[in-house]
Design a protein around this ligand. Structure first.
Ligand code: GTB
Length: 216
């Protein structure tokens, strides 16, 4: 069955692939599953129809028949379990790939989001410079650990997996911060992910929402 996801009608990033529907689009593109997108306004996200899909009033959501999901980790895992290509067949490797999905959203992403939010809403506060230094250090610590783990590897654990989708997208939010450039293997990791045709189709589709131009 063809799923429907929700995405920003008007994304603050102007379609640069930073909003979280990018992860879901990317996963769907990787497995070759066509999908529909329902664009929602910030107002509509807080109204009952959307709150029935996501009680926290956020995008993306995922609807497939009578199944409705929210949380990108859960949605991407659902896609990865139902289609070949995003999780290894070997049970232990599969468990490790899922571990990386959790690591992305619960260990690496939080300091990145906190830093990103501070740059948006605290920029004019007297404490901003001092706080940014602290937030940079927290994000830098995770990047350094991730960089040590990756070494010269192409992907987090053997073959490309759903863990890489979650990690790449979380880390990309630091683009423009200057922090990524401290770790050439991380910038190479992001660049490698961006060459994947599925990534490019997902990115183009998100950008097309902003430009109004069909990516085809
Ligand atoms: N944990 C949830 C998940 O992974 O699904 C988080 C979902 C989430 O944060 N959704 C955001 C949202 O709906 C959009 S992606 N926000 C509206 C609200 O909470 O009212 C976060 C996001 C938004 C914009 C940019 N950007 O412009 O760069 C980047 C990321």
């Amino acid at each position: 069955m063809r799923p429907t996801i929700t995405a920003f009608e008007s994304s603050p990033d102007r379609g640069r692939g930073l909003a979280r529907d990018m992860r879901v689009r990317w996963a769907l593109e990787e497995v070759g599953q066509p999908y529909d997108v329902r664009l929602v306004s910030f107002k509509a996200m807080k109204e009952p129809a959307h709150l029935r899909l996501n009680p926290f009033g956020q995008i993306p959501t995922y609807e497939e028949g009578d199944l409705a999901l929210f949380e990108t980790g859960s949605i991407v895992l659902h896609i990865a379990k139902r289609h070949a290509g995003l999780l290894p067949d070997d049970a232990n490797a599969r468990a490790r790939a899922i571990t990386w999905m959790f690591a992305a959203v619960s260990t690496v992403e939080p300091p990145i989001v906190e830093r990103s939010m501070a740059t948006l809403v605290e920029r004019d506060k007297p404490w901003y410079a001092e706080r940014l230094t602290m937030l940079d250090d927290r994000a830098r610590a995770r990047l350094t650990q991730l960089s040590h783990h990756m070494g010269r590897a192409d992907w987090l654990d053997g073959a490309f997996s759903a863990g890489d989708i979650m990690m790449v997208h979380a880390v990309r939010r630091l683009e423009g911060s200057g922090l990524l450039e401290e770790h050439p293997n991380i910038t190479a990791y992001l660049a490698r992910a961006a060459t994947r045709p599925a990534y490019q189709r997902a990115f183009a589709a998100q950008l097309a929402v902003f430009t109004g131009k069909n990516p085809d």
